[in-house]
Design a binder for this molecule. Structure first.
Ligand SMILES: Cc1cc2nc3c(=O)[nH]c(=O)nc-3n(C[C@H](O)[C@H](O)[C@H](O)COP(=O)(O)OP(=O)(O)OC[C@H]3O[C@@H](n4cnc5c(N)ncnc54)[C@H](O)[C@@H]3O)c2cc1C
Length: 377
């Protein structure tokens, strides 16, 4: 809420707990250690391969080493080297015309940010604040251990932003590019003024078409997370979908067993594809609402970002357990199968990035929430 732009502050549901990316990575790393899973650091994978007759997937290292397994999970993020084996080509990235500035700080490192500190003392529950205005939106996430921000702006400053977590800009540069930057929400301003060195990551926001396949022909290489499906942050779901993928794939592989890895991988793809593709589109639709010229669209956008029960109450592993057999029979041509991990009553629609871009150009909006039950509870 600051002069010059429209300020909308949403608090939709009570947030139970929040965790930073670093905390999540630490948690996963500890679990690997607990289970005795060996990690080989600094191993750059340059290609993937499979030997169907031997029943093996392969990840090829930059040093030529070949890492072989019954199934290789390509979780190497955007522009995965495994795309050659799944869809046969790279997926073209199309710029949204926007850049997102991100940062996340532990509250231990915000000792001198008095406005923020006082706010956190008086408001102990985690909170997400969204403020939007013409061609800008800001998400501020606060919880007792940390604070994070995401500021989305048009990409007309320098044109050098990349899709990289290590591309940073000085905070002064960010403040200069925000219209009325000195009049921001005081909590955001206080955070920006107390960020550590290299605390602002600059990320070019790109969209990609949904991928038709996530598995190699023989089913011994399978993509999960961003390597299978790219998201833009306005979906609010990229990391969640990556985690759901992992739960689903693990359960499908368990049910398929060592002797039927290809079915495990392909059933997983069938169970996940429609759910994920819908959320990819949601991100694109919300982004265009948030950056519309029309005030009413901007006001509608926060409502569209709230996560319906179909989304937040889903258990991807339990879904795989319940649906594995039916989905497998469908893949074998023995029966029909319909996913139920979508909004109840939802009829899946095909979409392409080109179609979405054209729709936006023509000023047409789409209400995904009119298709099925998206209610929160
Ligand atoms: C600015 C921004 C904001 C976001 N906000 C949200 C949000 O609010 N909520 C949400 O749910 N999601 C959000 N996302 C999406 C989320 O970050 C991604 O969906 C998620 O990180 C995907 O996880 P992943 O493990 O598949 O890929 P990544 O997190 O990209 O991990 C890929 C890993 O593979 C490694 N790697 C890459 N190439 C190679 C190679 N050749 N050899 C070896 N290793 C390799 C990388 O180093 C990295 O560790 C956001 C994304 C962006 C960019």
């Amino acid at each position: 809420m600051w002069p010059g732009v429209l300020g909308i502050h949403i608090t939709t549901v009570r947030i139970g707990a929040l965790m930073s990316r670093a905390e999540m990575a630490d948690l996963l790393l500890n679990q690997c250690a607990r289970l005795g899973i060996r990690i080989s650091w600094n191993t750059h994978i340059v290609d993937f391969d499979e030997d169907v007759s031997a029943g093996k997937g392969v990840a090829v290292g930059a040093d030529g080493r070949r890492y072989e397994a019954d199934v290789v999970v390509a979780a190497d993020g955007l522009g995965s080297r495994s795309l050659r084996l799944t869809i046969g080509e790279n997926v073209r990235a199309v710029s949204t015309g926007y850049v997102i500035y991100r940062g996340s700080v532990s509250t231990k490192d915000l000792e001198n940010a008095t406005v923020l500190k006082e706010y956190l003392q008086q408001n102990p529950r985690p909170e997400i604040r969204l403020s939007t205005g013409h061609n800008i939106h800001i998400v501020l996430t606060m919880y007792q251990r940390g604070v994070a921000f995401a500021i989305t702006l048009p990409d007309n400053q320098r044109g050098t932003a990349m899709e990289s977590w290590s591309s940073t800009v000085p905070v002064e540069q960010l403040l200069q590019s925000i219209p009325d930057g000195d009049k921001l929400d005081p909590l955001v301003l206080d955070l920006l003024n107390h960020l550590p060195e290299r605390g602002v990551i600059e990320w070019k926001l790109c969209m990609r078409n949904p991928q038709a396949k996530w598995t190699s022909q023989g089913g011994h290489v399978v993509q999960v997370g961003d390597s299978a499906h790219s998201f833009i942050p306005t979906s609010g779901s990229g990391a969640t979908m990556a985690l759901e993928d992992s739960l689903s794939l693990a359960e499908c592989l368990r049910l398929g067993g060592k002797n039927d890895i290809p079915s495990g991988a392909k059933v997983h793809e069938l169970l996940r594809m429609q759910r994920v593709t819908l959320l990819q589109r949601l991100g694109i639709v919300v982004r265009s609402l948030l950056h519309s010229e029309d005030l009413e669209s901007i006001k509608r956008a926060p409502k569209n970002m709230t996560q319906g029960k179909w989304l937040w109450s889903h258990r991807a592993d339990a879904y795989a357990t319940a649906n594995y057999q039916k989905a497998k029979e469908h893949l074998e041509g023995k029966s029909t199968f319909e996913n139920t991990n979508l909004p109840p009553g939802h009829v899946p629609e095909q979409w392409t990035l080109e179609g979405e871009v054209e729709r936006e150009k023509q000023g047409r909006t789409v209400d995904l929430r009119a298709n099925g039950d998206w209610s929160i509870n």
